[in-house]
Design a protein around this ligand. Structure first.
Ligand code: ADP
Length: 276
């Protein structure tokens, strides 16, 4: 089967212009949509195992240009997952307090505890993206952040955090269509801001910043996945597929842990009953 997402191999070159945002792996839409429903149901089951076993956590990082579908992807892919075991953090312009700390301070506090799924809608990567594009700190400062991010993610994976990072790859053309579409519907216009059009003028600078971030911060344990995202149904399917197939790899381990936990509980219960 053709790949659904494009994994950035460590130390490889990324040329976003060479990846077609309309790529769909030759998959039939109806088939992908039917499969997507099954994947989201399976994700719910896997989340319960993750929660019950309590040995791992899952961190999902979602990045992409304005209108690339970050919110929509999170909403759709995790629609069946229990809110008791998952949460979303949307990283905005840092507050004064956040800016008074190192850039990872606000991020580290939000990483998922064991058993939990934490979803980052924007992330620590903003500190090498928007910050770079708008010269918010000197180059020497943002440049060293690649290493700091790699070290940070390494320490998370060392404590059993499974990290999945998705870059939602849209075309400039589709961004324009989506921005214009929001103007047509008054109930969607709340999402609009003049800032979106202003940011669009920095498209090329953002692409360069994304390319370097993806190249510099794609380790074997925490690789970036480039997701062709001009078609929403494909984007959702590709992300759900990657999340589910990754978690499936842990299923046996979690089931065996749950079996052991279950046996311990039953023994405790038996001992309690024998006492009373
Ligand atoms: P969104 O576009 O994610 O739905 P907003 O319209 O509130 O939500 O945008 C959040 C803004 O915060 C974005 O413009 C993003 O670039 C900015 N932002 C996030 N993190 C940082 C950061 N570390 N430094 C500067 N700006 C940031």
């Amino acid at each position: 089967m053709a790949p659904l997402t494009f994994k950035v191999a460590p130390d490889s070159k990324v040329q976003l212009a060479k990846i077609d945002p309309r790529y769909d792996a030759d998959i039939d839409r109806a088939k992908a949509e039917a499969e997507f429903v099954k994947l989201t149901a399976e994700l719910d089951e896997l989340q319960e195992l993750l929660f019950g076993a309590g040995t791992h956590s899952l961190l999902v990082v979602v990045q992409g240009m304005d209108t690339s579908g970050k919110d929509g992807t999170v909403r759709k892919v995790f629609s069946q997952v229990s809110p008791l075991g998952s949460y979303v953090v949307s990283f905005k312009v840092p507050t004064e307090d956040e800016l008074a700390h190192d850039f990872l301070w606000r991020v580290h506090q939000k990483t998922p505890a064991k058993g939990m799924i934490g979803i980052f809608n924007r992330s620590h990567y903003e500190d090498v993206l928007v910050v770079r594009v708008h010269d918010l700190v000197p180059e020497a400062v943002w440049r060293q952040r690649y290493r700091l991010i790699n070290d940070f993610e390494h320490s998370l994976t060392q404590s059993n955090t499974i990290i999945l990072k998705f870059y939602l790859h849209i075309s400039k053309q589709v961004q324009e269509e989506r921005l214009l579409a929001r103007e047509q519907e008054v109930t969607k216009a709340w999402k609009l801001s003049a800032g979106d059009w202003r940011e669009r003028e920095y498209w090329d600078a953002y692409m360069a910043a994304y390319e370097e971030a993806l190249e510099q911060c794609s380790s074997e344990a925490a690789p970036w996945q480039i997701v062709p995202a001009d078609r929403k149904w494909y984007r959702n399917y590709a992300v759900a597929h990657k999340v589910v197939t990754t978690l499936r790899g842990y299923k046996d381990e979690w089931l065996s842990k749950l079996g052991k936990l279950g046996e311990e509980r039953l023994l405790e219960l038996k001992a309690f009953r024998e006492k009373v």
